[in-house]
Each structure stands twice: as C-alpha cells, then as structure tokens.
Ligand binder design. Structure first.
Ligand code: WTA
Length: 647
C-alpha cells in the first residue's frame, strides 16, 4: 500500500450526490471567505421559532473567550427532530430498533416517536424537572434512550448521557459534577447475550449522590432489581398517567442542550457543553452532506448513545433530517461474526457508519461471514473514532462494500459536536487512511511545537483557526479549564490535541493524540484516569499508564505499577488490579498489560518521563532520547528487561 493510491470519485455517486468536486471547492471557499453569509444561509436549514438576525459572535481571546452562534434566534431541538416532520412523514419510520436478540426488532414511526417523547416530557415535568435542570441518562441502546434525550430537549432540561459500560463510581462522579437530581435508566441492558445490571449500578452510584430524588426505570428485561419506594418510578406506569400533549419549550440558540463527559489529560473527565441552535445546524448539515443522506435511505450508525457519535449521528443529525435511523442494541459478533451484515440485509441499510476497531475485529474472522450476506442495499460506508489503517480500509472497501461504496473517514471529537475533516462521497477522491479535507467552514491550521504556522505539506499539531456552529461552548462549571485546555497552548486557535500530517494535495492524515489521552477501541481514555484508579488500590504506591499499538483496539492500555513496600508481585495481584480498574471506571479502562516497576523514570525534579515509558511499551528502544537527566538512569534498563509482551 503506497500513499499514492487514490480512489477516484465514482461518477454515478457524484451525479446523485448533494455536491460534486467543483461544488465542494466553491462552497468551501465561500464558507471560509464569508462565514457570516455562509452560516446565515445554512442556519435556516432548521426551524426557528424566532429567526436569528445575528450569525456569529466569537472571541478566542483567553480573557474574553466566548462562542455564540445565531444568538438571538429561538428554536426547539425536539420540535425540529419530530414535530416538523409530522405533516409529511407521520407514518414513515423514524427509528428501526434491532435488539440484541436477532428475533427482536421493530419500526417506530415519526408519529409514534413524537407521541412517546411528548408523554415522557410530561412525566419529567410532572416530577418537577424544569428548564435548565440536569437529567442523567444511563440507558442501554434502545429507542427509549433517544426518547429520553428528546424529552429533555423538548422541555429545555439539559441531558447528560452516561455510557452504560461505566461503573457505579464513574456514574456517581458525573451525576455529582453537574448536580443532576434525576436519573433515567433501565432494569438491565442486554449485549451479546449478557445482562448489564444498570439499575443495580445506579443504586450503588446513588449511595454517593444524595441530590438525586427520582429515578425513572425502563423495564427492558424484567430481571430482579432493587426498588426504593418514593424514589424509583416505572417508565411504563408514569407514561400511562400523562397526556401526549406537550408544547415544545422555546429555547434560545445558546441555551444548553447537553453535557457529555469526556476524558482529558487530567484524572477528572470534563463536562463538554453543547448548546441548541448551532449544534443542531451543524449536526444535521454534516449528516446530510457527509453521508449524502437522501429520503429513502436507511441509515445505521453502530455507536452507542453514550458517546458523541451516538448523540450527533444516531439521534440529532438524522432525526433533524427526517431520516430513518437504526438503533442497535447488540455487538458485532453476536450471535456470530456475520451479525452486522445480516442486519444490513434485514433492514436494507444503505448507509453504514462504524469504528475501525470493529472492522479490524471482523477482519480477523475472515471474509466468509461477510461474503455469505448480500449487502446489495449498501451504497456508502463510514468510519469514525480513531485512525483507520489502510489495511482495514481496503478490506472494508473490498469485502464489505464490494468495491462499490465510497468510505467516508470522518475525523472529529466530542468537543467539535460534528464532523470536521472528511471526504464527501460525490466530491472527494479517497486515499485509504486519510480523513482527507475539511468540511465547509472548517479552517485547519497546522502548527509546530512552538506554535509556528506550517504551510503546505507538513507534519505537526492540528488546530482549527476559527469557530463553527457545532463547537462546544464551555466545560460545564469550569470555564477556566475550557480556556486552558483548548485555547492557551496556541493563541487564537482551537487546539485539538491531535497530531496530523498534511500532504501535497492538502489531505489530512490524523496521526493520533499528542496529549495524555489514548484511544482504546475508539473510546477516549485519559491515562491519568487509569492511573488514579490504580493508585487508589491499597497495594499500589505509584502507577504510570501509556498507550501501545494493539492489533484490534488500535491502542491498548499499558500500566507500569510500583507496589507499596512489602507487597509481592504475583499473577493473582495482576488480575486483582485489572478487576479493580474495571470496577473503578468500567470495562473499557481495563489495562491490557501490567508491568511491575520497582521504579519509574523520573527527572531530578520528580516528573515522570512518559516519553520513555511509551517507547518501552511500544518495544522501540532505538530512540529513547537523553536519559542522562534522569534521577536514576538504571531504572530504564530494568524496565526494558522486564517489558511485558503483547497478548
Ligand atoms: C480520534 C469521537 C483519526 C482523534 C468522534 C480525536 C480519529 C478523538 C478519527 C476524539 C478519525 C476520531 N481518524 N482519529 N476519523 N475520529 N479520532 O471525543 O484522536 O470520542 O481527537 O470523538 O478520536 O474522540 P471522541
């Protein structure tokens, strides 16, 4: 595979697409030359109760950092996702639900979704939830998770969805951080035939959250659960008590829509805050153009609503566009490795959006499970969450897409609200492994370590030079952290935390995080979070965590652990620590490899030299750099000698 392989745009795709190559350049140039005019026009794609007259008001100056879009307009996100489509699409399918069990699926029309969201919104109101209150959603991948988000949006409550794979402790921290007093959950989730005890986890979390007074519980499995009288309410019972008439709350464009916690370089996840108008304009517009969405498509994004991809590209973008969006409860390899493609055939999916880690895992099973399905309905494939290696890209293209479907490799982040760098199917020649070009209105800027702008073909740190409507507005409750994290390293730019290369054609190749965030199976994990979980164990004195290349997960978690004096390393202790981290954070944070480290490489001032730890984990000793500044250089030799092998 050489970098020069280019897959030309398929003329048939271009002909039916929203934009072709010339169209892309024209629109892109307009969007950069006059953002006010461009977004003033495209801002009208959603319904405004009161139209905006101001388009953009942004300052990236640290002492006056603010980001406002369409600030005098009013609208409602749930209205845009549901009510607006009733006149023409009441009986069209809004959501196809495909359960973990292949026998369990159903279609939910726009009319049905509207009615249920109105009822749920009335339940929230009846329970005292008001505009601006924070509602925590800890749900399996069922349509009710989307209904819960939309019900919050309808009444102006701010939702905070917590991924169902997070532990009770992680859930509690997120509830406390945003001072949420209402939780929506289910008795149990089901994934790959296994039950996930969501209600039991919630009960445990709430021991640490005295502020929560109500828990609304969806009956998903009917399994045995604990019940707190006066606090816990059944979803189906409460919905039956209220009317389905719930007028949407008129929200200002800059009123918060949701908080979503994401990992950063410190131990504490940050509450990324997105607002109403700009977010919806951006999510719906990218969904339309990047996936070249047309009426009649069946669109499937395999993410979980617990991540931003689920927010923007399962729920808000597709529904704002009146699309049919598929909600999948299960996993790629249950009942077997053919599941994704069976679902594609069963529901005639035309647009399919998944993560490289899933592709790599399925690739390992060979072509058989794919080839024995038809996949004729597919016309477009997407990738998100981490760099896709060219080998996986080619397999996705050839085996899954029968060389017929373009692949959109979409680069973006929780913070960006929507896709920033991506091919457009009718416009962009593809290079396997490259996210290609910026979306409309996105101005990538490459800088070196000192912040110097790099021109032409180059490698450096990726920043974005100006705002776009879907950008996060602040870190909930900690605006200073927002300023520090994203706008202080390189003045007047948004710093993404990613490294990238730009080639001579102006294509971007994301190389991965340049901060202490790692990307495990497309899930963002702060190394500091795993470290603080480890050192919270009584036998651990010190821990340092880095990422290392992992065939399936992209990156694996490599932990160096120093035990407290008197404790002996053992395999049993290793297992105990893995289990400990799972219960502290969640299974996605399980260390893949733990190395016992009698000492960690530190500078004389006591700073851990992670660069060296990363090299050792990567098994790359060629370039350890200068170790002479270490307090005890012998530590490094010991670590090299006892490096753990990849499993
Ligand atoms: C990485 C997920 C390469 C990147 C939407 C980013 C990618 C982080 C891609 C954000 C891609 C996401 N190519 N890297 N197509 N998409 N990333 O917040 O490192 O969960 O900073 O948002 O994932 O992860 P997050």
């Amino acid at each position: 595979m050489t970098e020069t392989s280019v897959f030309a745009v398929n003329p048939e795709v271009a002909e039916n697409a929203w934009v072709d190559e010339a169209g892309y350049f024209r629109l892109y140039e307009q969007s950069i030359a006059d953002p006010e005019a461009f977004w003033g026009e495209h801002g009208k794609r959603i319904h405004w109760m009161k139209p905006f007259t101001k388009v953009k008001d942004v300052s990236y100056a640290p002492d006056d950092l603010h980001i406002r879009w369409f600030q005098d307009g009013t609208t409602n996100v749930a209205y845009n996702c549901l009510d607006r489509h009733l006149a023409t699409k009441r009986d069209d399918t809004a959501i196809i639900f495909e359960g973990d069990d292949p026998k369990d699926s159903k279609h939910i029309s726009y009319g049905e979704a509207y009615e249920e969201v109105c009822r749920l919104a009335n339940v929230l109101k009846a329970q005292g939830v008001r505009k601006g209150d924070r509602v925590t959603i800890y749900m399996p991948m069922v349509p009710e998770a989307a209904f819960a988000m939309l019900a919050c949006a309808r009444i102006g409550a701010i939702h905070s969805v917590v991924f169902g794979g997070f532990s009770p402790d992680s859930l509690a921290n997120r509830i406390v951080d945003c001072d949420s007093n209402f939780v929506i959950t289910a008795d149990e989730g089901v994934r790959g035939g296994r039950k996930i005890p969501l209600k039991a986890n919630t009960d445990k979390a709430l021991e640490k959250c005295p502020g929560v007074d109500k828990v609304l519980v969806l009956r998903r499995t009917g399994g045995q659960i604990g019940w707190v009288e006066g606090r816990d309410l059944w979803y189906h019972e409460e919905l039956a008590k209220v009317s389905d008439d719930c007028p949407p709350e008129e929200m200002n464009a800059e009123d918060p829509l949701f908080i979503l916690y994401t990992s950063g370089s410190t131990g504490k996840p940050k509450g990324v805050l997105h607002t109403t108008g700009g977010y919806l304009v951006y999510a719906s517009m990218t969904h339309q153009y990047v996936f070249d969405y047309h009426d009649g498509d069946v669109y499937w994004c395999t993410a979980d609503v617990g991540w931003v991809t689920g927010h923007s590209y399962i729920v808000y973008g597709p529904l704002a566009n009146g699309a049919t969006t598929l909600v999948f409860e299960g996993v790629p390899n249950y009942p077997d490795a053919s599941r994704f493609w069976q679902v594609v055939d069963k529901h005639k999916v035309s647009i399919f959006y998944t993560a490289p880690t899933a592709i790599r895992a399925l690739m390992r099973e060979g072509e058989g499970p794919v080839r024995r399905t038809s996949r004729k309905s597919l016309r477009l494939l997407g990738s998100v969450g981490e760099p896709i290696n060219p080998e996986a890209w080619l397999w996705y293209h050839k085996v899954v897409g029968d060389e017929r479907c373009p692949i959109v490799d979409t680069w973006w982040q929780t913070e960006t609200g929507g896709i920033l760098i991506t091919p457009l199917p009718g416009a962009t020649p593809l290079k396997p492994g490259s996210a290609t070009r910026p979306f409309f209105g996105i101005k990538p800027v490459m800088v070196d370590a000192d912040g110097k702008h790099l021109e032409g073909a180059c490698e450096g740190n990726l920043c974005i030079g100006d705002s776009w409507p879907g950008q996060m507005r602040t870190v909930y409750g900690d605006h200073e952290r927002f300023v520090q994290t994203y706008f202080s390293t390189y003045p007047n730019k948004y710093f993404t935390g990613d490294g990238a290369r730009r080639d001579a054609d102006g294509y971007y190749w994301i190389t991965g995080r340049v901060d202490d965030v790692i990307n495990v199976s497309g899930h963002r994990m702060g190394t500091a979070e795993v470290e603080s979980a480890l050192v919270a164990h009584a036998k651990v004195a010190e821990a340092a965590v880095v990422g290392y290349p992992h065939d399936i997960k992209g990156q694996g978690i490599y932990a160096y652990v120093t035990l407290v004096a008197g404790e002996e390393p053992s395999d049993a202790l290793r297992k105990e620590l893995v289990q400990w981290v799972r219960s502290e954070i969640g299974p996605i944070a399980s260390p893949d490899l733990i190395q016992w480290a009698p000492g960690l490489p530190k500078t004389r001032s006591g700073k851990i030299m992670r660069r060296i730890l990363r090299k050792i984990a990567e098994n790359d000793y060629s370039n350890l750099g200068d170790t002479s500044t270490l307090a005890d250089p012998a530590v490094v030799d010991d670590l090299i000698q006892h490096r753990q092998n990849k499993r």
